[in-house]
Design a protein around this ligand. Structure first.
Ligand SMILES: Cc1ncc(COP(=O)(O)O)c(C=O)c1O
Length: 413
């Protein structure tokens, strides 16, 4: 279709809304059959066993107490100074790598990814992503004239596929001088997978090899779900490996308050940069400030204040740690029912370690999700399979779910 009023260059832009469609179908079924009979696995927010979106209690307490001026005043485009410092601390906790760091406040993790793509990949170049991935990476790259190039996340042993990663990096760097790589770990969306310490080491070896050949590599680690991946310092041990990397390997972390603070709609996050070079961080701060000012201007001041209030008070920190742990344990219990039953009925699922989602591979995602609808189960059809949000399915409804998925998969060869 040619454009009517819009610029010719915008032709064909359309958001892939299969997720929205699946969610709408679930809502329609709830209306017809009642919430008790429907399993809605399309949602990406944490809900308690009452199936209502949940807020961490300490977040609600503190947020409601903030003065009105925190909600209405502008903030600096790069973010409030205390917030920038506190998000760096939260990104690394006790596992802070050696090096210089910087942080730019962003409109959620999405904004962090936008700033990274805009400033650390060349227009027209490919950004490396895994085949199992959050679909929005594609739109974020395409929107500003980049392509995505996927590599296979898993090998035949269902470990990180270092061969596929390495050959994709080599192949792209034959025609590109620089490369941005996006990896979402731990608690990967859509799979729940996490790279091990050794797998990160292998990733860095590949990066170091190409850096020695004169290439520039930027790694963007999307940690959107890290607050529900396990003990906070344990899940960050891999980060120490990013100490003292050569100047032309730049590490960034996409930090989000959406999940870790249950503030999805409040739109706060940060892009955190780490480098052995102060000059790289100075450049990062300047570019981030510019991108923020020209994209959303500045982000939710109250959300930033909330984070610094909690992090600067030991008793509030104790509370948030305990409350996140309680959510994490609920997720583990729900996922354990599914993975145990999947094994029992020989349903092949993607390796789940932690997080909001489990995924089941299938060559016919749409068909399988439609077949599941017959049993009043609603899952998100994604590129390589179907995704179920254990974040919002109550424990009781997890029982017997794997068998229903197995039935739908078997019915759609
Ligand atoms: C993998 C991943 N990264 C980043 C985000 C960013 O979320 P937000 O922009 O709400 O922080 C999401 C949200 O669903 C996600 O699934």
């Amino acid at each position: 279709m040619t454009m009517i009023m819009a610029a010719a260059s915008r032709e064909g832009k359309k958001l892939n809304d299969t997720l929205f469609e699946a969610g709408a179908a679930a809502q329609a079924a709830i209306k017809t059959y009642g919430a008790d009979r429907v399993i809605n696995g399309t949602v990406g927010c944490y809900a308690g066993d009452d199936e209502q979106i949940a807020c961490l209690p300490v977040v609600e307490d503190i947020y409601r107490q903030l003065p009105m001026r925190d909600f209405i005043a502008y903030a600096p485009p790069i973010g409030l100074p205390d917030y920038r410092k506190a998000v760096i601390e939260e990104t690394f906790e006790d596992q802070q790598p050696d090096g210089y760091t910087g942080a730019v406040a962003t409109a959620g993790g999405t904004g962090a990814i936008h700033i990274a793509v805009a400033n650390y990949s060349e227009a027209g170049d490919a950004v490396l992503v895994s085949d199992w991935r959050w679909g929005n990476y594609d739109s974020l790259c395409r929107e500003i004239g980049r392509r995505v190039q996927p590599f296979a996340l898993f090998d035949s042993e269902r470990d990180f596929n270092i061969e596929s990663f390495s050959s994709a990096v080599s192949s792209l760097l034959r025609s590109q001088d620089s490369l941005l790589i996006i990896l979402n770990s731990p608690a990967n969306n859509p799979t729940g997978f996490a790279l091990s310490y050794q797998e990160w080491d292998q990733v860095l070896q590949v990066c170091r090899f190409h850096e020695r050949e004169g290439k520039r590599i930027s790694l963007l680690i999307d940690i959107a779900y890290i607050a529900y991946a396990g003990e906070k310092n344990e899940v960050r041990t891999f980060m120490k490996q990013f100490s003292n990397l050569p100047e032309h390997i730049f590490t960034m972390f996409a930090f989000s308050m959406s999940k870790g603070y249950t503030l999805y709609g409040q739109r706060a996050g940060a892009l955190v940069g780490l480098s052995s070079s102060q000059a790289v961080i100075d450049e990062f701060d300047e570019l981030g400030r510019y991108s923020a000012r020209t994209t959303w201007s500045n982000v939710n001041r109250a959300a930033m204040t909330l984070l610094t209030t909690i992090r600067s008070d030991a008793s509030l920190m104790k509370r948030i740690d305990a409350e996140r742990k309680a959510f994490y344990e609920v997720l583990c219990r729900r996922a354990a029912i599914f993975t145990t039953e999947a094994e029992a009925c020989q349903l092949h699922i993607v390796p789940y370690h932690a997080g909001f989602f489990v995924s089941i591979p299938t060559a016919a995602p749409k068909k399988v999700s439609q077949a599941l609808n017959e049993d009043l189960v609603f899952a998100a059809p994604i590129a390589l399979g179907i995704r179920l949000g254990v974040c919002s399915i109550p424990e009781q409804k997890m029982l017997g779910l794997a068998a229903k998925v197995k039935k739908a998969i078997t019915a759609c060869p």
